[in-house]
Design a protein around this ligand. Structure first.
Ligand code: IMP
Length: 414
């Protein structure tokens, strides 16, 4: 049975939570392989809206084991709080959670380090989520970080955690928080497991495993719009590294792409809109950050960036989300590339902000498609729009999400 990797093709917020939730039905394991409390995966079940930041979305399905990979960075106190919210909803989240002993922990002083760093950047600030993500990866790679397995030795872990705060000069303000961090880290350490072996055993037993990405390809530190990116790898290849699985075990890569583009924080965004259309999309798509509540920047679908992201992840097929949001607009635009000669390699740095998109007009459709049951129930203009996105991205769209509800999806056969 397959290992399916799910990744975002944009700047995050593509609706991966809902897609992973759909694919988790019948899966044995859902494993988060990147990011930390910076993510916000929203799933609507009936009238209950659940936003998961660190826990794998699969925990919302009974019987699914949730795994957190070594490539993630864990805020232990926020993780426990999140689990208790799910438990209050009747999901036995903590008992079904397995954590890589090699995942790094987000020490409370990292958030202060990050705040100081963002302030020092002034106008060039990245606009991070201020969850301490960047410093957690900095400490990981400078080999000064704290890992889940370190918290198996309570006394030593407490000493090291306090010393870390002393060194960073943040000890005074953080004493209580650090004591809580130590307790919560020790609780997380009890969920440590050999996740590579757990996943490979499930696959050998014919079970289905979903590797759940966070953020999106354009926020990846290697492949995204550097320096306006996050700090952990979020492309499909990172699933193997984070979960301890060889690339030969991956059966399918699913790219989640939005029917339009959004971005939070700073950085280039060639198809960005300003004015009534952006406001319309923002309002209908509820484009406000699930983690920080920040208003998201909105724009047209960018075919060149989607094709780049799809190629880079090796997408077998695409899940197109938030199509319903575009209903009611007379005409739509999609970018098919940029003006001027094609560069020899994808431009993703500051150079991206001066590129002028080439647009193609497509007809809009009237009315709401949220209740549409099946491909044939979609207006013709909506079908054309979906097919064009698949062509521009270089991978077929197999799943179309037409509303926030779990049931609002349309499957298209190849
Ligand atoms: P960080 O991940 O908090 O360091 O933030 C770095 C950049 O990535 C900022 O522009 C954030 O807004 C963005 N970012 C991080 N996580 C997400 C996410 O889950 N969705 C959308 N943007 C994100």
């Amino acid at each position: 049975m397959p290992l399916v990797v799910v990744v975002g093709l944009g700047w995050g917020d593509e609706g991966k939570g809902k897609v992973v939730d759909c694919l988790s039905d019948g899966a044995a394991i859902v494993a988060r392989f990147s990011g930390g409390a910076n993510a916000g995966h929203t799933v609507l079940i009936g009238d209950r809206k659940l936003v998961l930041h660190q826990l794998p979305t699969g925990l919302l399905r009974e019987g699914v084991t949730g795994v957190i990979g070594a490539g993630c960075v864990i805020d232990p106190s926020a993780l426990r709080e999140e689990a208790s919210i799910l438990e209050a909803e009747g999901a036995e989240a903590w008992r079904r959670l397995r954590v890589s002993p090699h995942a790094h922990l987000v020490h409370p002083c990292y958030r202060l380090e990050e705040k100081a760093d963002e302030e020092a950047r002034g106008a060039a600030a990245i606009g991070t989520t201020l969850r301490g993500i960047g410093p957690a990866y900095v400490h990981k790679f400078s080999r000064t970080g704290l890992r889940v397995e370190d918290a198996l030795d309570h006394r030593r872990f407490r000493d090291v955690s306090l010393a870390m705060a002393e060194r960073s000069g943040t000890f005074q303000g953080l004493h209580e928080e650090i004591e809580r961090f130590v307790e919560d880290s020790c609780a997380v350490a009890l969920a440590a497991d050999d996740i590579s072996s757990t996943i490979l055993t499930a696959l050998r037993d014919g079970k289905r495993v979903i590797a759940e990405g966070a953020q999106g390809t354009l926020l990846d530190p290697d492949s995204g719009t550097y320096p306006y990116v996050t700090s952990g790898s979020c492309v499909s290849g990172a699933a193997c590294v984070s979960l301890g699985i060889g690339p030969s075990r991956v059966d399918e890569v699913v790219g989640v792409v939005k029917a339009y583009a959004t971005r939070v924080g700073s950085g280039p965004f060639p198809t960005e809109l300003d004015g009534p259309v952006a406001d319309y999309i923002r309002r209908r798509g509820n484009e406000y950050g699930a983690t920080t509540g920040r208003s998201r920047r909105c724009g047209w679908f960018d075919g060149a960036l989607a094709a780049y992201a799809s190629r880079l992840n090796g997408c077998d097929w695409l899940a197109l989300t938030l199509l319903d949001v575009l209903g009611g607009l007379d005409s739509l635009k999609v970018s098919t590339g940029y003006q001027g000669p094609s560069p020899a390699f994808p431009v993703l740095g500051e150079g991206l902000s001066v590129l002028r998109p080439l647009y193609e007009d497509l007809p809009g459709w009237e009315g709401e498609i949220a209740g549409a049951r099946g491909w044939d129930a979609l207006p013709e203009a909506a079908q054309c729009y979906v097919l064009r996105i698949g062509e521009l991205s270089g991978a077929p769209v197999r799943l179309v999400s037409t509303g926030p509800e779990r049931s609002e999806v349309i499957w298209r056969s190849p």
